[in-house]
Design a protein around this ligand. Structure first.
Ligand SMILES: NC(=O)c1ccc[n+]([C@@H]2O[C@H](COP(=O)([O-])OP(=O)(O)OC[C@H]3O[C@@H](n4cnc5c(N)ncnc54)[C@H](OP(=O)(O)O)[C@@H]3O)[C@@H](O)[C@H]2O)c1
Length: 312
């Protein structure tokens, strides 16, 4: 298979590169905004690609002819999307449409689009693939519009909704776990909301799940996340315990108290049975995910080096 990744320098993109490198049968094209890549694995081809530039996307896809495109590129700053709506739409919706146009011209090119629990309002107890979306933020709206664009495009492919992504990588944007660890290392008390509930998802696991999805002929929606719903405060305490810090540094607060720019679903717990049953793969729960992460942090430079060389 010829697999093309967008946003390959992001957290999920890096982990995808790593799992793809283990699959010797695939040709791999990594793309991102940077003119050159830090990946050292000779099996990877790399091309600079801004997916908002329609002409560039069209010529690269037409020339490289991927069998599957995994689109991880996105504006993921939820509060930033609220204030810079134009940039958010241009990347999260129009960027995907730019991929759809040339993919349609190729025979059988699939697109795997990554989406989010923020397409939901969080008012039901749990959400499966049949639950009705009702986004509360501009980010959520843009991701839902992208889902609809792919679903109505006639291009075969699947939408993988995920949430509370965490992991470590090379120069990646801060995620919840990284932020909690940074705060714990300072040794000063801090507060975490206890009214936002979701399923923490180890990026390494999601990458493997996306590879399975990309290699399959599956179409439609999949909820792919860790199996366990947990509020952020409890999750933060688990992070402290597993990483050997005092959980007492963390106290609970509410979303109303911290006042984020974008509204978020309070409880967006996923039901993940569809993906787990069809692909016979269950992602790590919080305890296992964090234990694996501790090891990656312990390995430090060695982990980053193995990520960059994508050879471990
Ligand atoms: N993080 C979460 O908790 C979460 C939850 C649910 C769903 N998701 C979805 O999962 C996917 C991956 O998330 P992530 O956390 O891995 O994101 P990320 O770390 O922010 O990675 C996104 C990558 O896309 C690149 N990019 C930005 N603008 C681009 C453009 N115009 N063209 C091409 N590439 C561009 C970024 O480069 P720069 O860094 O240089 O901007 C970055 O390397 C996204 O679709 C996101 O919506 C994430």
């Amino acid at each position: 298979m010829r697999v093309m990744i967008t946003g390959a320098h992001g957290l999920l993109g890096q982990k995808l590169a790593l799992v793809l490198a283990q699959e010797s049968l695939h040709a791999i094209l990594l793309t991102d905004l940077a003119p050159a890549t830090f990946f050292k694995n000779a099996r990877f081809e790399y091309q600079q690609l801004d997916i908002t530039l329609r002409g560039d996307v069209k010529s690269l896809v037409a020339q490289w002819r991927p069998d599957v495109i995994i689109n991880t590129a996105a504006m993921t700053d939820v509060d930033g999307c609220e204030t810079d709506r134009e940039a958010c739409w241009r990347l999260n919706v129009d960027g995907l449409k730019n991929l759809i146009i040339p993919a349609k011209k190729l025979e059988r090119c699939r697109i795997i689009q990554i989406s989010t629990d923020y397409v939901f309002d969080g008012k039901a107890a749990t959400f499966d693939e049949t639950s009705r979306p009702n986004p509360m933020s501009y980010y959520g709206k843009s991701k839902l519009a992208a889902e609809n664009a792919l679903a109505s495009s006639g291009v075969p492919g699947a939408i993988a909704r995920t949430q509370v992504l965490y992991g470590t990588g090379y120069n990646v944007r801060q995620n919840f776990v990284a932020w909690v660890l940074e705060m714990l290392e300072k040794g000063k008390p801090f507060r975490v909301v206890d009214d936002q509930v979701g399923n923490p998802t180890l990026a390494d696991d999601l990458a493997y799940a996306l590879l399975l999805l990309g290699e399959s002929a599956a179409t439609g929606l999949y909820h792919i996340s860790g199996p366990e719903a947990v509020d952020r405060f409890t999750f933060a305490k688990s992070i402290a315990t597993v990483f050997g810090f005092s959980p007492d540094l963390i106290s609970a607060t509410t979303s109303a108290e911290i006042g984020q720019a974008a509204n978020r679903p309070m409880n967006s717990a996923f039901i993940t049975i569809k993906f787990e049953a069809e692909f016979r793969y269950r992602l790590s729960d919080t305890a296992r995910g964090l234990t694996r992460l501790v090891q990656q942090y312990r390995d430090g430079e060695r982990h980053i080096e193995s990520l960059i060389s994508a050879e471990h």
